[in-house]
Design a protein around this ligand. Structure first.
Ligand SMILES: [Zn+2]
Ligand SMILES: [Zn+2]
Ligand SMILES: [Zn+2]
Length: 378
């Protein structure tokens, strides 16, 4: 494709101010077939923007000094459930099932309550990534500032997320990259021919097929003219040019696309109650520990070594996954204690058990004896 005004840099890709190679992606010329600006106006050879349309890796920053982990939490225990609370949790569970019988929950004799509390570790990594593309919009009086000053590199444009640890996207017009161009769609007129009526302003009347006559006389829909005014252009034959919003001119600029993303990974220490990891992921626990900083450090020496291992592993994984293509802005790690109680009971001479887990006191009761009373009655 031969696009006037868009030319490659004079001598191949030039590393930017940080020594980073320019982003890969489609070359400018291939991205902008509709631009017809004089050669001098285009930022095609702007250092750092030679290849627009790709993701741009962040420059490498010096890392802040490590901070020691916070003090160990004082209260690691949670009060154990009473028998009444355990029975109430089971009764709630049973009443929420479609046709469970409530007798075993009401009459069962609790024989043992075993605490099986466990831990959940969560690592959140909040990242920023940036990419650019050649963009255009209707010219609404913006100043064409291209080359009035050197344009900042993508990672030099100042912007901050609204909230940490929250996904967000933002688009920014990079300063000093804007040029004003004639709109080629309408040749600066701001109007284009109406496609619905081919610019005529009227369309053939459909009930009479454009004849103005029907079997019983003149066509009332078009007063026998055979034509109806084109509703799309109100009979003018022309419509506003959408590319320039009727202004005749376009602003062409480099658009910076910033994306903030929060990446979350959990690790639940497998407990002794036989619950599935999904069960434990679905409930909340008591927060024992939380720290947030630019880069967190593994929780070494945690009472449960599985938490220390998970912390080390996930921090390493996040570092290799997210530090290459994006900039890590903040990390946060949390340890929760998830209450789990395994309850054994007897009903009609047989032994059963159920498990209460999470602050919500969810119940798993796989061997509940009366799971379908209505079917039994039928
Ligand atoms: Zn136009
Ligand atoms: Zn008609
Ligand atoms: Zn029309």
């Amino acid at each position: 494709m031969n696009t006037p005004g868009l030319h490659p840099p004079p001598s191949g890709p030039t590393p930017n101010a940080f020594g980073i190679q320019p982003a890969y992606g489609a070359p400018v010329a291939a991205m902008s077939p509709l631009l017809h600006a004089p050669a001098l106006n285009m930022p095609g050879s702007l250092p750092g923007y030679e290849s627009i349309g790709g993701y741009v890796p962040p420059p490498i920053l010096p890392q802040p000094a490590p901070a020691p982990p916070g003090p160990a939490p004082e209260n690691w225990s949670i009060p154990s459930l009473t028998e009444e609370e355990a029975r109430a949790a089971l009764e709630n569970f049973v009443s929420a099932q479609c046709c469970y019988g409530s007798d075993p929950a009401k009459e069962g004799v609790i024989t043992n309550m075993e605490p099986c509390n466990t831990f959940r570790y969560r690592l959140e990594t909040f990242t920023e990534s940036r990419s650019s593309e050649q963009a255009r919009k209707p010219h609404e009086g913006e100043v064409a500032d291209f080359y009035t000053q050197p344009a900042p590199q993508l990672w030099e444009v100042q912007t901050t997320p609204t909230k940490l640890f929250t996904d967000e996207k933002k688009e920014i017009r990079v300063p000093f990259t804007s040029t004003v161009q004639d709109c080629s769609d309408c040749r600066t007129k701001g109007k284009v021919s109406c496609q619905k009526c081919d610019g005529k302003g009227y369309r053939a009347c459909s009930p009479c097929d454009g004849s103005g006559r029907r079997d019983d006389g003149d066509c009332p829909d078009c007063s026998a003219s055979g034509k109806n005014r084109c509703g799309s252009c109100s009979g003018t034959g022309q419509r506003k040019c959408e590319a320039c919003d009727g202004r005749g001119r376009l602003l062409s600029y480099i658009k910076l696309k910033v994306e903030w993303a929060n990446h979350v990974d959990n690790h639940v220490v497998q407990d002794r109650s036989g619950l599935k990891p999904d069960d434990l992921q679905s409930v909340s626990g008591k927060e024992l520990f939380k720290n947030s900083m630019y880069m967190v450090y593994p929780l070494l020496g945690f009472p449960d070594p599985a938490i220390s291992e998970a912390s080390e592993r996930l921090i390493r994984e996040h570092q290799s996954k997210f530090a290459q293509n994006s900039r890590i802005l903040q990390q946060r790690q949390t340890v929760e204690l998830i209450p789990v109680t395994k309850v054994s009971y007897q009903w009609k001479g047989n032994a059963y058990s159920f498990t209460i887990y999470g602050s919500e006191r969810k119940v798993r009761a796989d061997d509940y004896p009366e799971t379908c009373v209505c079917c039994v009655i039928l």
